[in-house]
Design a protein around this ligand. Structure first.
Ligand code: SF4
Length: 354
């Protein structure tokens, strides 16, 4: 049935390396396109309002399907799974799924990215017990008014700080906190965020504002670059660059010279890291994207629900990765300022989970 779908004739040792020799190592799995926040750089309310149609439940991959695809991906070299959304904690019985994923051969790291709104102490302990190793939370400001303006649902920063404490107490660390910096919105929060997390064992990572999707009105002028962020931090604290811990790591790592911990910067715009990108993304309805800035995902759910065998699905996944030549952030950098960020139907972050 799949002969017309898979054209990678000879399975070879390079089954899981793309056209630039990048191995497939990380699979990010979006569990839902729904979220209880309306962050302006991701799900702006004017586009994701009460009229917005989210994916119907029947369209979502069920746990059997997610487990099967994760198992097949592990067979191709994937060792790290990141569970995302939308907001993944909105997906019911998540612990059951996590337990099944944690039992898969070859998967040795399960992380979860959350806005923290549902991460109570009890929930954090349950996620740990089910098999989550680490969590990353999003917090774009310490100032409540600024944070509420960004999440656009009036959610206070203090509650995310509680969730961070819950994650630490449950042993879901090292806990990382992502903070998207957008000029004119929250660049004045860089130093308050640094002060909040110095001496805390939490790794704060600043993220350059990115042109993900087509909804956030991205403009290059609103990008506060890694260079600017480092310079801002250095107005108060001496920091030194650290080496990457893993190949393909997204964040530039910096340490406070006075021993107060680490801070990271994800500089997709000013310092692209496509060369080491080993990440594939699975949408909640089973489309495989090979780049965060992808326009089209390849449908895996269709062949799977049509009765494809494990071998056929594995060939399909391997073939997609083998033909991969994505390096959007590098290309963006090569474009003229006028062309940078031209919206061309890129998939929304809330759809494939950052
Ligand atoms: S732009 Fe695409 S290829 Fe480059 S690092 Fe991001 S996801 Fe990977």
């Amino acid at each position: 049935m799949l002969s017309d779908l898979t054209d990678n004739s000879a399975p070879s040792a390079s089954r899981t390396t793309d056209t630039f020799g990048r191995p497939l190592r990380d699979l990010r799995i979006s569990l839902t396109d729904r979220c209880n926040f309306r962050c302006t750089y991701c799900m702006p309310r004017h586009l994701f309002g009460s009229e917005h149609l989210f994916l119907p439940r029947a369209a979502l991959l069920d746990f059997d399907e997610i487990e099967r695809l994760a198992r097949l991906a592990a067979g191709l070299g994937v060792s790290k799974l990141r569970l995302t959304g939308g907001e993944p904690l909105l997906r019911r019985e998540l612990d059951v799924l996590i337990g099944r994923l944690a039992a898969l051969d070859g998967i040795d790291d399960i992380c979860l990215t959350t806005n923290g709104s549902l991460l109570t102490g009890k929930r954090a302990r349950e996620l740990k017990a089910a098999g989550v190793n680490r969590v990353t939370l999003s917090l774009d400001a310490i100032d409540d008014d600024v944070f509420k303006a960004i999440n656009d649902v009036g959610f206070p920063a203090s509650k995310v700080l509680n969730a961070i404490d819950n994650a630490k107490a449950a042993g879901l660390g090292p806990v990382k906190v992502n903070c998207v910096i957008q000029r004119g919105v929250n660049e004045h929060q860089i130093l308050p965020m640094v002060e909040q997390f110095r001496h805390s064992d939490v790794v704060l990572r600043f993220i350059e504002f990115m042109d993900v999707g087509t909804s956030n009105g991205w403009r290059m002028e609103e990008v506060v670059t890694a260079r600017e962020i480092v310079d801002t931090v250095r107005t108060r604290h001496a920091i030194s660059r650290l080496p990457a811990t893993t190949p393909g790591e997204t964040a530039n790592r910096w340490t406070f010279d006075d021993g107060a911990g680490e801070v990271g910067i994800i500089a997709s715009v000013s310092q692209p890291f496509c060369g080491g990108c080993t990440r594939a993304r699975l949408s909640a309805i089973g489309e495989l994207y090979t780049c965060l800035f992808g326009v089209h995902g390849r449908d895996i759910r269709g062949p799977m629900r049509a009765g494809a065998t494990d071998a056929e699905l594995s060939d399909l996944l391997a073939g997609i990765w083998q033909r991969r030549d994505d390096r959007y952030s590098e290309i963006r950098g090569e474009q003229t300022a006028e062309r940078q960020g031209d919206a061309d139907g890129r998939v929304e972050m809330s759809y494939i989970g950052g």
